[in-house]
Design a protein around this ligand. Structure first.
Ligand code: C5P
Length: 229
């Protein structure tokens, strides 16, 4: 393992709670995901606080709007030192994001099909094929238009790796060690299995954030990956 692949999801209500978690994790984790909840509560000010402390930030905003708006929002994020940003894998939004990112170091990740999608959502989209066909089509499109990587469910990692090629950054949520509480996650993989299937980064929330000792839990996950790798 050449890098620490753990990204801890800061799914909490306030900057104070997030700060406390980051402090408890110490040097064990350096990459944090800020999603819509914390973003709505603490905004870019907290994101800047994290980047200012040398932490890597994955800003999971799943942007999707008219191209000009996406381009301008991405350009703003690119100035903050955030490392990863998510965009829905729709051609016009992704192209605008690539333009907005310009020459910055910001990496753009495509969200192909939300894992919560069911048959009714597919009907609304009027897409005739299966969910996995839509994932495939969008993953290919993402790489064609210059996105850097893809957020994929653990069960799709190897298929998405085949479609997206070796350079794509694959970021995988839905990770649980054997024996850990699954919460509301149905389609999970262990850290070692996800890495073996081709993941570059693992997004882990509750297994670490709700552990009695989060730093120790993160250490256990790292050890699991190293032993298997
Ligand atoms: O607590 P847990 O490890 O389940 O958290 C996983 C994180 O990854 C959450 O922030 C969740 O929103 C996100 N995520 C997910 N499944 C997806 C996409 C994102 O669990 N398909």
């Amino acid at each position: 393992m050449t890098h620490n692949p753990i990204i801890v999801a800061l799914d909490v209500e306030s900057a104070a709670e997030a700060r406390a978690l980051v402090a408890r994790l110490g040097t064990q984790v350096n990459f944090y995901k800020v999603g819509m909840e914390l973003y709505a509560a603490a905004g870019m000010e907290f994101v800047r606080e994290l980047t200012g402390e040398g932490k890597d930030v994955f800003l999971d905003l799943k942007l999707y709007d008219i191209p000009e708006t996406v381009k301008r929002a991405v350009a703003q994020v690119a100035r903050t030192g955030v490392r990863f940003l998510t965009i829905h894998a729709v051609g016009s939004a992704m192209r605008a994001a690539v333009e907005g990112r310009g020459n910055s170091d910001l990496k753009l990740l495509a969200v192909t099909v939300l894992t919560s999608f069911g048959p009714e959502d597919m009907e609304d989209l009027n897409f005739q094929g299966s969910i996995s066909e839509l994932v495939e089509r969008r993953a290919r499109k993402a790489m064609e238009v210059g996105m850097d990587g893809i957020v994929a469910s653990p069960l799709e990692v190897s298929a998405v790796r085949r479609m997206a090629g070796p350079k794509a950054i694959l970021v995988i949520p839905g990770i649980r060690s054997a024996g850990a509480d699954r919460g509301d996650q149905k389609r999970v993989a262990t850290p070692a299995d996800a890495m073996a299937a081709g993941a570059d980064y693992l997004v882990i929330g509750r297994q670490i954030t709700r552990a009695a000792d989060p730093a120790r839990e993160a250490g256990r996950v790292l050890a699991e990956i190293c032993v298997a790798g």
